[in-house]
Design a protein around this ligand. Sequence first.
Ligand code: PGA
Length: 235
Amino acid sequence: MIIAANFKMHLTPRKLATFAATLRESLDSRLQILLFPNTACLANLPQCPVRWGAQNAYPAQNGAFSGEIGAEVLESLAIQTLLVGHSERRALGESQDFCAQKCRFYAELGFTLVYCIGEPHDVRARGRESVRAFLDAQLQDIPLDYPNLIIAYEPIWAIGTQAAGMEQIEQTHADIRALCAERGATPPLLYGGSVKPNNARAILSLSNVNGVLVGSAALVVSDFVQIMQAGLQAL
Ligand code: PGA
């Protein structure tokens, strides 16, 4: 069971240290915890035996790419986990090709990748087949059989609003599972989009849901710990 948190621009290094000090008390080896703090925190991470990852990286060792971070710096900080394709980065202009390039580059280096896919509201409104086709396109050129690849299904309309319905999650995860199987792959599938303490157990009990990617509910450590406990109950 994978419980991941994307802190986005939140949590200063000091707040992250406080968060980690509490989290440490609640870790359980049956859960794989992945935390994505903002880039500034990566240079001075708190002592906490979780998998720390970067929210973004450029597909190069280093070079003239202002504002970006590359593999050389990440590896020097012992970061080997990366979030790719989050809808907030796609909204800033990251194309499918660029996301795929990032996945391939960092897969070559052995990174654990959490690759995000998810449809906007208008696609969802057109029904299950449209969603399936949209997600299929987001799986193009992704190294799906790479053993350290995790897929996070995050419907854009459910981020920071209200989680998708249980039936929608279960159906879509079944469709993603089938799309991956067509390509000979069975990556773990996370659901993300308004996961909260009060819906985590139900979501984590659905078939083909191997974990969650949590945004705002991860900012309060007691809420995140409750989501972890929901994960244990759903095992
Ligand atoms: P949310 O964010 O939990 O606040 O909806 C999820 C995400 O963007 O990964």
